[in-house]
Ligand binder design. Structure first.
Ligand SMILES: [Zn+2]
Length: 410
């Protein structure tokens, strides 16, 4: 094995992955016009259906062009030794390994952010705007970008700096220290994300007293679930699309409802959505996901530790002076088929968990309000009612609407 061979393997992985994605997208798009299953006949009226068809096609075309642009850029960057250029640039400012790694990733991140911003802008202010979803102002858009970058610099930069430091100190043992660090961070974020990060982007207010809160409390008591923290978040600041999620555990557990969800759904329906979220908690899905992600991180870091000191990795992406940061990039590219496979497994379990949470809502509350709320949410987000099974298998973290309804009516 030499670095040239490794280079071509990397190119091969990127190209094959791209082709695979495009085939799946095209397969899925071919079924946009399929007949709507009987159970879903009442989701769209004629007008909403036409709009949904146009929305899917617009997104499909946008996806083709933006991914084509992105792969050409990535390949061009590799072929024209972009990483070597950035590495030299970073090395011209410092000879400290940590500073070089931070500069190296900082330059790449900022450059790719600048390049991808027009696409994000187009998606928000042209596509989402045209279909009536967008509520984001230009000011919110700019501030979101800035806050995201600053957060990335502090958190991502901090973790990277520590991992490089561990590596320089302990060489092949670094993965253990890195694992402990990432695990501690993951658990911390699971607990305090809603308290520390969400407020930077959204306003959360406790669900006000009234009929809805009483109904929710009544339900929570009936299943022996202490739920004191129910928050309504101003999702309407950015989009008309609605959502609800569960986060944290122990004393930090809370349910967050989008204001759009509270406005779009009847009380009964909101309680059923909440029952679904409680189901995720009661069936330990939050914990399983956390454990799975910790194990996967450990495994990935361990495999990384086997290869990272090999200069071939850095050389494969054209970087002459071997380093942890350049090796990390090459490893990330070479590892992507494996992370793709683990992603598939995670998606499989996620869909299984969704059925379990639906069953939980059905058994402890009612199925019909959950079905009608899922239909409303699908209508309001113009979702695809006839996705291709292969596409669902590869990309969906939730079962299709039809599958969920059939499961609940079983
Ligand atoms: Zn769920």
């Amino acid at each position: 094995m030499n670095s040239d061979m490794l280079f071509y393997i990397i190119i091969g992985i990127i190209v094959v992955n791209f082709i695979k994605d495009k085939i799946l997208d095209a397969l899925n798009a071919k079924h946009f016009n399929d007949e709507i299953p009987e159970e879903l006949a009442d989701v769209f009226d004629k007008e909403a259906y036409d709009k949904a068809q146009a929305y899917k096609k617009t997104n499909y075309r946008f996806g083709v062009w933006s991914s084509l642009f992105s792969i050409l850029l990535t390949l061009g960057f590799l072929v024209f030794n972009g990483f070597e250029f950035v590495d030299n640039l970073a090395r011209s400012y410092s000879d400290n390994a940590i500073v070089i790694a931070l500069l190296f990733f900082g330059i790449i991140m900022i450059a790719s952010d600048i390049i991808s911003t027009p696409f994000a802008y187009y998606r928000t202010f042209v596509i989402e705007e045209k279909f009536g979803f967008n509520k984001t102002t230009k000011k919110t858009f700019v501030f979101d970008k800035l806050k995201g970058l600053i957060m990335m610099a502090i958190i991502g930069g901090g973790i990277l700096a520590l991992i490089v430091w561990f590596y320089n100190l302990t060489k092949s043992q670094f993965w253990l220290y890195a694992w402990v660090l990432v695990t501690a961070f993951t658990i911390f974020m699971n607990m305090f994300y809603a308290r520390l990060i969400v407020p930077l982007f959204n306003k959360q207010t406790p669900l006000e007293d009234g009929a809805l809160r009483d109904k929710i409390s009544e339900y929570a008591t009936s299943v022996g679930f202490s739920l004191k923290k129910i928050f309504v978040i101003d999702g309407s600041k950015r989009s008309t699309k609605a959502n609800a999620y569960f986060s944290g555990f122990g004393s930090e557990k809370r349910v967050t409802l989008f204001d759009t969800l509270v406005n779009d759904l009847e009380e009964d329906e909101i309680v059923s959505v909440l029952a679904h979220e409680v189901g995720h908690y009661k069936r330990h899905h939050i914990l399983y996901n956390l454990i799975a992600s910790i194990i996967l991180t450990g495994l990935t870091l361990y495999i990384l530790s086997i290869f990272i000191s090999n200069p071939l990795l850095s050389n494969a992406i054209g970087v002459e002076i071997p380093s942890f940061h350049a090796g990390l990039v090459a490893f990330g590219l070479l590892y992507s088929p494996i992370s793709e496979a683990t992603g598939l497994i995670m998606n499989y379990f996620s869909r299984k968990f969704e059925y379990e949470a639906d069953d939980y809502a059905k058994n402890t509350y009612k199925a019909e309000p959950l079905i009608s709320s899922l239909k409303k949410l699908s209508k309001n987000s113009l979702s695809n009612l006839t996705p291709h099974p292969a596409y669902v298998f590869m990309h969906y973290s939730h079962p299709t609407l039809l599958q969920r309804i059939q499961n609940m009516r079983k």
